[in-house]
Design a protein around this ligand. Structure first.
Ligand code: HAS
Length: 550
């Protein structure tokens, strides 16, 4: 079955995909409200009513948006992408998709319930020795197990395609989904190990203490690739969907595949760059992982090159002249293009911030300051999430049999402008305040009226202004999503898939040789982690009992 012949996602697959996307937007609404409250509390202008504490809503915000919105949206999008390019899911794969969904929802309900009842105020990184109720950890376990079942269904559909089309490269979008799913499965093994072997028994009282360093290391073994699990679906849209929307071609199929393979290889063995200030890890192993971190920057630089090439090729084909003449030829009134384009522009300072964080000496200045919060609001909350909004504008109507009207297109552009202004205020002032030494993960305090802390307050007020504008952005996106799901006129909305440029090189099949890539991946992980991990276990300090500070 060739992908070119399949132009619509099967109705049954569309329902599955919409189920995931619906939960994603519910998480956005609730988590977004928590974000607004946080910025207001931190500005010193609001006290939460009814004894609700700041860290409780901070945990809800991080878990619902960082782990909920992203994972559900990505799986929903990926199911649609696989069904559109590799053919309708088999009934077994679809059933697995539903089972995965139900398991994930049960897990999400457990975790959210514990957070909202103040029994899991441990923030989204659930760092030991902070200890949550065991149902929180069980909820996270179910979330991960459910996602594995869903990813398994996608990989099985890809394998069916390969079997039916021997010797041919798989559809690019489907290939990308498989890479992201593999990345997810391999990295979540770390957090699954942490939760199952350390945190669950500890929270149930089966063991008294936990090895904190091991738990954090397992978390970051998962935590950094997690950010690329978020990023890669945005890259899928940039590489495959955007060229079609602007009327151009994909610059190079091989380059896009190579970029995804590089992410698979280099995004995992780099967790130590989150632990550069952590004692107990030898500096030479931190150095190894920082070098690998700089390797994982390369595929993003290749992506920047590829996007510029796609835009320029298109512009020149329309007669653009001069160095930047092609910019004028892009479809500036189409939200499906404009919104992801804003994300690309935002990723330039966002990525530069990441490179600063990854540099050992500079990280000493910014680590655990609110600079880092500014960094991830530009990366995940702008580059990634705004691209997800851009995807929703054609994907949701495609799945619900409706159309993206001109009025909604206008609202979507207003939404993106709100997001850009709100984020410029919020993330910009977080970066600046961080450079002045303000810590992250902290409720409002003046530290006994210390001058340094008083100097931070104007930045915190700017964050509250930005946060309020962003919340308006959340209201607008929810209005658009409800319209596209239930009220927009019935019709056919295209699921755009770009074609490869005629003069692009032929795709080498080695890019799809999973034996090679999984061997290299395993080797890199073993090189980066084996010795320091054994060291953490053999020379472990006394474990810590659990703390509940709320
Ligand atoms: Fe990061 C902390 C390093 C990317 C998310 N990061 C975080 C945390 C999160 C996060 C959530 O090394 C906080 C975790 C916590 O709670 O503690 N990050 C990096 C590096 C990159 C990077 C090197 N991060 C991301 C992405 C994220 C994300 C992507 C989410 C999606 N990050 C770190 C480090 C820390 C960290 C340390 C720990 C700090 C600490 O001390 O705790 C790189 O991947 C960035 C590479 C990106 C580029 C940009 C390429 C630009 C492109 C756009 C092209 C534009 C076009 C349009 C075509 C090199 C592709 C142009 C048009 C025009 C008209 C101009």
């Amino acid at each position: 079955m060739m992908n070119a012949q399949i132009s619509k996602v099967d109705k049954r697959d569309a329902r599955l995909s919409m189920a995931y996307i619906t939960v994603a937007f519910i998480a956005l609404a609730v988590g977004g409200l928590m974000g607004l409250l946080q910025t207001l509390v931190r500005s010193g202008k609001l006290e939460l009513p009814g004894g609700i504490n700041y860290y409780e809503i901070l945990t809800a915000h991080g878990v619902l948006l960082g782990l909920g919105l992203t994972t559900y949206f990505i799986l929903g999008f990926q199911f649609a992408a696989v069904s559109r390019t590799a053919g309708t899911l088999s009934s077994k794969a679809r059933l697995s998709g539903w089972i995965g969904f139900i398991v994930m929802v049960i897990g999400t309900i457990f975790a959210t319930w514990m957070i909202l009842t103040n029994k899991a105020t441990v923030l989204y990184t659930f760092y030991a020795p902070l200890q949550a109720h065991f149902l929180f950890y069980l909820g996270l376990t179910l979330l991960i197990v459910g996602s594995w079942i869903a990813c398994g269904a996608m990989i099985a559909t890809y394998m069916r395609w390969r079997k039916q089309n021997p010797g041919k490269p798989s559809p690019l979008l489907c290939f990308m989904v498989v890479v992201n799913s593999l990345l997810w499965i391999v990295c979540t093994l770390g957090v699954a190990g942490e939760v199952l072997f350390q945190l669950l028994p500890w929270s149930l009282g089966l063991v008294d203490t936990v090895n904190v360093l091991v738990s954090r290391t397992l978390f970051w073994y998962f935590g950094h690739p997690l950010v690329y699990f978020w990023l890669l679906p945005a890259y899928m849209a940039w590489y495959v969907i955007i060229p079609k929307i602007i009327g151009g071609k994909i610059f190079s199929d091989s380059l896009a595949r190579l970029v995804f393979i590089l992410f698979l290889l280099f995004s995992i063995p780099v967790g130590f760059h989150h632990q550069l200030t952590e004692p107990g890890i030898d500096a030479s192993w931190k150095f190894v992982q920082v070098v690998l971190t700089f390797m994982v920057i390369i595929p993003s630089l290749m992506t920047a090159f590829s996007m510029f090439a796609t835009f320029e090729m298109f512009g020149r084909s329309k007669g653009a002249k001069g160095l930047f003449g092609w910019l004028k030829k892009l479809p500036w009134k189409d939200a499906r293009f404009v919104v992801p384009f804003i994300c690309m522009v935002a990723f330039i300072p966002a990525g530069a911030g990441g490179i600063i964080n990854a540099s050992n000496q500079m990280d000493q200045v910014v680590h655990n300051t609110i600079w880092v919060t500014g960094h991830f609001h530009l990366t995940v909350a702008t580059t990634v999430v705004l691209t997800f909004f851009g995807i929703s504008y054609w994907l949701i109507p495609h799945l619900t049999g409706r159309v993206f009207t001109k009025a909604m297109n206008r609202l979507a552009i207003i939404q993106a402008i709100c997001w850009t202004i709100g984020m410029a205020f919020m993330s910009g002032s977080m970066h600046l305040e961080g450079l002045l030494g303000a810590p992250r993960r902290t409720a409002f305090t003046t530290y006994g009226n210390a001058q340094q802390a008083l100097d931070w307050i104007p930045y915190q007020v700017a964050q509250a202004i930005g946060g309020s504008i962003l919340f308006l952005g959340i209201v607008l996106i929810i209005v658009i999503v409800i319209n596209l799901a239930f009220f927009a006129p019935k019709g056919e909305q295209d699921f755009p898939i770009g074609e490869i440029a005629e003069n692009a090189e032929k795709t080498p099949m080695v890019l799809e040789n999973w034996k090679i890539w999984s061997t290299v991946l395993a080797a890199l992980i073993l090189i980066a982690y084996t010795v320091p991990f054994m060291d953490m276990i053999q020379n472990a300090p006394p474990g810590s009992k659990g703390f509940k500070l709320w």
